[in-house]
Design a protein around this ligand. Sequence first.
Ligand code: ATP
Ligand code: MG
Length: 177
Amino acid sequence: MESGRGLLMVFTGNGKGKTSAAMGVALRAAGQGFKTLMIQFIKGSWHYGELDSSRMLGDAFEIRPMGRGFVKVGAGKPDPEDIRLVEEAWKTAVEAMHSGKYDMVILDELNYAIHYGMLPIGRVIADLAARPERVHVISTGRNAHPDLIEAADLVSEIKEIKHPFHQGVLAQRGIDY
Ligand code: ATP
Ligand code: MG
């Protein structure tokens, strides 16, 4: 077995649990003395519980929301402002991978940003391949690009069987945010 090699992991699918799973890995890693940075590509100013929980872990788990909470999906091309924000988030992610500060970088909703054409897949693959070998990366979001799946070491698809949303139950405190 190889040891000490950073893995590229992808959590995708239409069921709930992708971001939660990534945070679960960060929690486990914190116990092993790892430092994790989670960059949220879509989430913005809305206050999620995980922002406070990550602070409880000190510098073992840092979360940076870098989106504006939603993405304008029109009929045509993505909104230039969304592209600018995703671009900035990606630069931050690549810098973090090279900084030596983090053992793990979580790219929350990167799959979504790629899917909506806000970041070219070729660039993502190239930058991920060029990261320091020991850095673990997790990418979350629906509709993971086939090239990202191909490049990944681990891919899990979370499939919706049931979700209370379909019974009219809206997002729940402590469960969804
Ligand atoms: P979570 O952050 O809870 O782990 P996720 O990362 O798998 O969820 P996203 O696609 O990021 O899912 O969507 C986030 C929000 O949408 C959450 O509030 C979640 O409960 C809700 N959601 C996720 N999957 C579904 C679904 N199949 N139907 C309705 N709502 C969903
Ligand atoms: Mg998510």
